[in-house]
Ligand binder design. Structure first.
Ligand code: G5P
Ligand code: MG
Length: 223
C-alpha cells in the first residue's frame, strides 16, 4: 500500500501485549517505518555503546530510563525520517515523553493493545528474540522454523534478560504507574483507539481494518 501523505502512529500496551508482533504486521501491510525504543536500546547494549552500558542495569531491573535520555534518542531518529510515515513502539511511556513528542510532531492515531496481565506473564517466559532485527518468536504462538534460530538470517535467538518473572512484574508495575496516564492524555486528544483481547490473531484483523479506514481518509484530505 502506498500512502499519499505522511501518517504518524504510536502503538501502546503493557509489556508483552504484542506491540512488536502487531508492529511487524502493520509495517508489512502499510509500509510504515518502525521505530521501537526497546529494540534501539537492546542494540546499544549488544554493541556495548556508552548508552547501552549505562542503561543495561536499569532495563534488566524493569525500570524506565530517564525521560530526557529517551526523548533525545527517539526524537533524533524521528527527525531523521523526515517526511516518511512511521509507527512508534515503546515511546512515549510517560506524560513528559508524550509532551516532548508533541513538540516535535503530530500523532494521527494511537493504537492501544489492551491485554490482561495474566495472559502476558505466561507469554513472556516463552519469548525468543532476534536482537539485531527485533523479530520476536514464541515457542507456543509463533515458533521459529528451527528452534533457537532466526527464520530470516539463521542467526541465534536470545531470551531477554528482563523477561524473568520478577522483572516482568516490575515492568507491569512501571506500566501501571507511569504509562497508563499517557493513555488518558491521548484519549483526551481524541486519537486513542483501544483493541482488547487475549490473542493477537483475533486482535489483528480489527487493527488492520481500522488502519485501512483511517489511511484512505487521510489520503483524501490531501487530494
Ligand atoms: P520494550 O522493549 O519497549 P515492553 O516491555 O514495552 O518492552 P515488550 O516486552 O517488547 O514490551 P511487546 O512488544 O508488547 O512486548 O510484545 P511482543 O514481543 O510482540 O510479544 C510478546 C511475546 O508474546 C512474544 O514472544 C510473541 O511472540 C508472543 N505473542 C504475541 N501474541 C501472542 C498470542 O496471541 N498468543 C501467544 N501465546 N503469544 C503471543 O522496553 C524494554 C525496556 O526498555 C526501557 C525500559 O527499561 C523497558 O522496560 N524502555 C524505556 N524506558 C523509558 N522510556 C521509554 N520510552 C522506554 N522504552 C524502552
Ligand atoms: Mg516489543
Amino acid at each position: 500500500m502506498v500512502l499519499q501523505r505522511v501518517f504518524r502512529a504510536v502503538i501502546m500496551g503493557p509489556p508483552g501485549s504484542g506491540k512488536g508482533t502487531v508492529s511487524g504486521r502493520i509495517i508489512k501491510t502499510f509500509g510504515l517505518k518502525h521505530i521501537s525504543s526497546g529494540d534501539i536500546l537492546r542494540n546499544n547494549i549488544r554493541a556495548k555503546t556508552e548508552l547501552g552500558l549505562l542503561m543495561k542495569a536499569c532495563i534488566d531491573q524493569g525500570q524506565l530510563l530517564p525521560d530526557d535520555v529517551m526523548a533525545r534518542l527517539i526524537l533524533h531518529d524521528l527527525r531523521a525520517l523526515g517526511n516518511d510515515s512511521w509507527l512508534l513502539d515503546g515511546f512515549p511511556r510517560t506524560i513528559l515523553q508524550a509532551e516532548a513528542l508533541d513538540d516535535t510532531s503530530s500523532v494521527d492515531t494511537v493504537i492501544n493493545l489492551n491485554v490482561p496481565f495474566e495472559t502476558i506473564k505466561k507469554r513472556l517466559s516463552s519469548r525468543w528474540t532476534h536482537t539485531p532485527s527485533g523479530r520476536v518468536y514464541n515457542t507456543d504462538f509463533n515458533p521459529p522454523k528451527v528452534l533457537g534460530v532466526d527464520d530470516v538470517t539463521g542467526e541465534p535467538l536470545e531470551q531477554r534478560d528482563d523477561d524473568t518473572p520478577h522483572t516482568v512484574s516490575r515492568r507491569l508495575k512501571a506500566y501501571e504507574n507511569q504509562t497508563e496516564p499517557v493513555l488518558e492524555y491521548y484519549r483526551s486528544k481524541g486519537v486513542l483507539e483501544t483493541f482488547s483481547g487475549t490473542e493477537t490473531n483475533k486482535i489483528w484483523p480489527h487493527v488492520e481494518a481500522y488502519l485501512h479506514r483511517k489511511l484512505p481518509t487521510l489520503s483524501q484530505k490531501v487530494a
